[in-house]
Design a protein around this ligand. Structure first.
Ligand code: FES
Length: 73
């Protein structure tokens, strides 16, 4: 199984590292650069969803989530 790491970045996007395929709602793949990290918007302000375009900065998006020892399920 390939390793994929997703980092929830403070006040910003989701950084996805590893071999991933990003599909739209109809199952079509977005072009993603091979071997590079993908940055997914989690603020809702991007004009290039599902990808981050940096709009979170101008929007003042604030979110610092922290992992806990608790079971996420
Ligand atoms: S997280 Fe960057 S534009 Fe939404």
């Amino acid at each position: 199984m390939a390793d994929v790491t997703i980092t929830v970045r403070d006040n910003g996007n989701l950084k996805v590292e590893g071999p991933v395929t990003v599909l739209d709602g109809q199952g079509r793949a977005f072009p993603v650069p091979e071997g590079q990290a993908v940055f997914l918007c989690r603020c809702g302000h991007s004009n290039t969803k599902p990808f981050c375009d940096g709009s979170h900065r101008g929007a003042g998006f604030q979110s610092q989530v922290r992992a806990t020892e608790a079971d996420p399920g």
